[in-house]
Design a protein around this ligand. Structure first.
Ligand SMILES: *Cc1c(COP(=O)(O)O)cnc(C)c1O
Length: 355
């Protein structure tokens, strides 16, 4: 158990109006959680303080070699004003998987969850309630030694900030166009593709810019070695419904193990679908599409939950999926997952955690 010291703000900010468009990650609440790590002492001084700038030496290691990690989850408010998190224990576990890869010290899972709950609780009045809105929770760790050498830091900061965020879709689930990138790659096996760390995103920006320039909203990455097998989308995992079966790339070390991915697999299996986690070549997709067997494509991730894909581009092939419309399974997954998250549906898997 952390002994969290709480300093409440004396100057609460104006909360966004109920009908104000929130966007994503632009507005922050009144408080934040901070905890420090010092070698020999471990994690110490857990505290909640007013949201404020932090001061670090320009030589702080995080600025130079990118030793950092982050997580992302959401807090949801039900119609009866209950506050829920969705599987925060999974974010705690993944934090330590990422930490191990980046030589960052572990955080006990129960401390991670306690810290998230504590800071969400303090700012629970900031959780928006318009349909599809939520409070985005961003835990992260940075290396803070004042040192330009390349080595793991001896000191770190763990912080949690909160951002009220708008509905990902303003007018219902809208299928997106996806660019299959055939030049740049995001990650390779043995690298850090499975870890939630900024460097992976830095590597992905150029593909994102390229896709946007061609009017596609997201990039689908291929494997880093043969550039032949499907990996994942920028910040989402990817699923295909091929000839009645649900197929998704197997976790191979270069793919981020999404919590929404895991939940999607469990739900599909519970509904009687065959779910295959395996290698999927881009050629297989092109072929399935030509034969009319590529029935649905959708991305999964905390931000969008389910993001139907209406169009897939690979070199000279532009594949229209399900006539550019939302598939039945995509819609059912979205309705079920959000129903559980907002406390509207039963929670047979025990995924909801009250705050
Ligand atoms: C966070 C993330 C995902 C989705 O994970 P969820 O736990 O479902 O939100 C997928 N891909 C990448 C690269 C990510 O960073």
């Amino acid at each position: 158990m952390l002994d969290i010291k709480i300093t409440k703000t004396t100057e609460p900010k104006q909360k966004p109006a109920a009908d104000q468009p929130l966007g994503f990650g632009k507005i922050f609440t009144d408080h934040m959680f901070i905890m420090n790590y010092t070698e020999g002492q471990g994690w110490h001084d857990p505290r909640i303080v007013p949201f404020q700038n932090i001061s670090l030496s320009p030589a702080a290691m995080v600025y130079h070699y990118g030793q950092e990690m982050f997580e992302g989850l959401k807090a949801y408010k039900s119609e009866n004003d209950e506050v829920y998190l969705f599987r925060p224990d999974m974010n705690a576990k993944r934090t330590n998987v990422t930490n191990d890869r980046l030589c960052i010290p572990n955080i006990p899972e129960e401390d991670f969850v306690q810290a998230v709950k504590a800071v969400v609780d303090i700012d629970r009045d900031w959780i928006p309630t318009a349909p599809g809105t939520s409070l985005y929770v961003r835990p992260f760790i940075i290396a803070t030694d004042e040192f330009l050498g390349v080595a793991p830091s001896h000191t770190y900061m763990f912080m949690i900030i909160l951002a009220p965020s708008g509905a990902y879709y303003s007018s219902g689930l809208a299928p997106v166009g996806i660019w299959i990138e055939d030049e740049y790659v995001r990650a390779v096996r043995g690298g850090m593709g499975f870890a939630k760390t900024g460097g992976n995103y830095a590597a992905s920006l150029i593909g994102q810019v390229k896709a946007h320039n061609e009017d596609y909203s997201q990039v689908l990455w291929l494997d880093g070695v043969e550039r032949k097998y499907i990996e994942e989308v920028g910040s989402m995992n990817i699923f295909f419904k091929i000839d009645g079966k649900v197929v998704t790339p197997a976790l191979n070390g270069s793919i981020l193990p999404g919590i929404t991915r895991n939940s999607t697999i469990q739900l599909c299996k519970s509904w009687g679908y065959d779910v295959e986690e395996r290698k999927i070549s881009v050629d297989e997709l092109v072929e399935a599409q030509k034969n009319g067997k590529l029935e649905e494509v959708f991305g999964t991730g905390t931000a969008a939950v389910i993001s139907p894909v209406g169009k897939l581009r690979y070199v000279d092939d532009v594949m229209l999926i399900n006539n550019g419309e939302i598939g039945e399974l995509s819609q059912k997954l979205y309705d079920t997952m959000t129903g559980i998250q907002y406390g509207k549906l039963d929670d047979p898997f025990g995924w909801r955690v009250s705050v």
